[in-house]
Design a protein around this ligand. Structure first.
Ligand code: MG
Length: 263
């Protein structure tokens, strides 16, 4: 069942969205060659707790991390590790979520580690643009298929793959609520969007084929062909005035692409 939020709920949600973005921004500044993904996880957890939140992912379904850290061929749900170090030329999707006053924030960004190839940077830029195009469709009267179509049509026009098994979702007092928000679809099809819906939109786009598998750790999702994937996510409210991005801090809703970038 889709839970419609009041304008007051949406205002209350902003603290969770803002802290989730600030945590993601912090994570991005730590993305450098030689850093372990667990170091980033620890810093993000400390930051979220210092600012009065709790890490939303920690313990969710037994997930051990405060962030998801998914480099290169990992699409989503990578487990932070003190033996996984970032290398020059990698990309890494980092997903951060903070719970504040019972509301759950959720956002993600794929950062460059040092200097990835132009081919991989283009994958990231197009995936970020897929997110932007999808958000533009998140307005009352449109349908979920309009969001999915925006992502799929842009990604496939570049020859990229669209992951089917993992999708965006409603979010609120729980991290995953109805409806599912697929990254594929047909214009004018699916659930009608209405003011008061809060949804996380998160394109997961692959350089090669989109088929994927879960690693034996039970979490990390990797591409079958071993080619890289990119993943960007914002949580937005659908309002009468159009989409409002709730995962935004004082700097806004977007992060630098370059890891380690000074703000
Ligand atoms: Mg999500």
């Amino acid at each position: 069942m889709i839970q419609i939020k009041t304008p007051h709920d949406i205002e209350e949600y902003r603290a969770a969205g803002s802290l989730s973005k600030a945590a993601l921004r912090l994570a991005g500044t730590l993305v450098k060659p030689g850093v372990s993904t667990l170091e980033i996880d620890r810093a993000v957890e400390g930051f979220i707790r210092l600012h009065g939140g709790t890490p939303a992912f920690k313990g969710y379904g037994g997930f051990p991390g405060s962030i998801c850290a998914s480099p290169n061929e990992s699409i989503v749900h990578g487990i932070p590790s003190n033996t996984m170090f970032l290398n020059d030329g990698d990309i890494i999707s980092i997903d951060t979520g903070a719970t504040v006053n019972g509301w759950v924030g959720d956002n993600a960004w794929t950062f460059y580690v040092g200097n990835p190839s132009e081919e991989v940077k283009a994958l990231c830029e197009v995936t970020r643009d897929c997110l932007k195009a999808a958000i533009e469709q998140a307005k009352p009267g449109n349908r979920l298929g309009d969001i999915g179509f925006a992502v799929q049509s842009l990604a496939e026009s570049h020859g990229y793959g669209v992951v089917r098994e993992y999708v965006g979702h409603g979010v609120g007092r729980s991290m995953h609520e109805d409806p599912n928000v697929p990254n594929y679809g047909k214009k004018g099809r699916g659930v009608k969007l209405q003011a008061g819906m809060i949804i996380a939109i998160e394109p997961m786009i692959t350089l090669g084929l989109p088929s994927n598998h879960v690693l034996p750790n039970g979490w990390t999702v990797n591409t079958d062909d071993g080619l890289p994937a990119a993943h960007y996510e914002n949580t937005i409210a659908i309002t009468e005035d159009g989409p409002v991005i709730l995962t935004a801090d004082e700097e806004g809703p977007w992060c630098p692409m370059q890891g380690g970038a000074k703000e």
